[in-house]
Design a protein around this ligand. Structure first.
Ligand SMILES: C[S@@+](CC[C@H](N)C(=O)[O-])C[C@H]1O[C@@H](n2cnc3c(N)ncnc32)[C@H](O)[C@@H]1O
Length: 261
């Protein structure tokens, strides 16, 4: 199946594969499991994060799921030995007790995600781990300017009035701590601020075109999408000034949670 206008685009997502996979590596590095019989990559995308689990735990232990047909097709082509299924994190339940439930850059798209992580943490075997990373960037210029461009043009302002609601805000670290501490033996929460090196303001637009901008672009016609992206790119040039070499630093705070059942 090819990507539709509203599906995620695996190929364009992977244009920034190194940068997008780095937080997944940093997250997995904080999971002190020597081995695992069942490790699940929830919201596996094109398989880049799943590949890290395979390198660590071996093919037999790992599976993945995602809602996007295009992402799943890419993941299956990349890792043919791995079981990938189409499923929604909001309702997915593991068979049996996993050793590791891994979710890199997905839970921000799941409504009421605090309740979802608590439900999933309860399914872990004793000593098993839940590992989560979410971008905490709704207050960054990259996202404030999406909302500003949406509100600025009468052609689309009404259609995009609810676009920002597609993403669940990351909440205070203490909320994750309290919710998970009730069902886990140990909970760690931290924030790392990345400064991803991108080629320029156009690259910032391309970065978010496949993620945060999707709810703003999907309701628009192709011509409107082009106009929206041009206005957004202009604002990115203002908000992210060029470094000495002409590149820009995309400041991106990310919240991490690692909990042991
Ligand atoms: C930003 S990508 C992350 C992909 C990969 N985990 C990584 O580390 O790069 C977010 C992924 O979450 C998936 N997704 C969004 N909502 C989902 C849901 N409710 N259940 C499962 N997957 C979902 C998207 O299809 C997309 O592949």
């Amino acid at each position: 199946m090819t990507a539709t206008q509203t599906d995620w685009s695996a190929a364009r997502y992977l244009a920034f594969e190194d940068e997008r996979t780095r937080p997944a590596r940093d997250l997995l590095a904080q999971v002190p499991l020597d081995g695992a019989a069942r490790a699940v990559d929830m919201g596996c995308g094109p398989g880049n994060s799943t590949e890290l689990l395979v390198e660590r735990f071996g093919t037999a232990a790992v599976s993945g799921f995602d809602t996007s047909p295009d992402m799943l097709a890419k993941a299956r082509a990349r890792l043919p030995g791995i079981a990938f299924e189409q499923a929604d994190l909001a309702t997915w339940q593991p068979d049996g007790e996993p050793d590791l439930l891994f979710a890199n850059a997905v839970l921000q798209w799941v409504p009421d995600h605090v309740a979802v992580v608590v439900r999933l943490a309860r399914t872990l075997r004793p000593g098993g781990y839940l590992a989560v990373q979410m971008p905490d960037n709704l207050d960054e210029p990259s996202h404030a300017e999406m909302r500003a461009v949406a509100a600025s043009d009468p052609r689309w302002a009404a259609r995009l009035a609810r676009a920002a609601d597609a993403r669940d805000a990351v909440v205070d670290p203490g909320v994750y701590y309290d919710a998970l501490q009730a069902v886990c033996a140990r909970v760690e929460v931290w924030v790392t601020v990345y400064h991803h090196v991108l080629e320029g303001p156009g690259a910032i637009a391309r970065w978010f075109e496949t993620t945060g901008l999707r709810p703003f672009l999907n309701p628009l016609s192709q011509a409107e999408q082009a106009d929206f992206l041009a206005a957004y790119t202009d604002r990115m040039a203002q908000a992210y000034p060029a470094q000495a070499d002409g590149r820009v630093l995309l400041r991106l705070p990310r919240l991490f949670v690692v909990a042991r059942r």
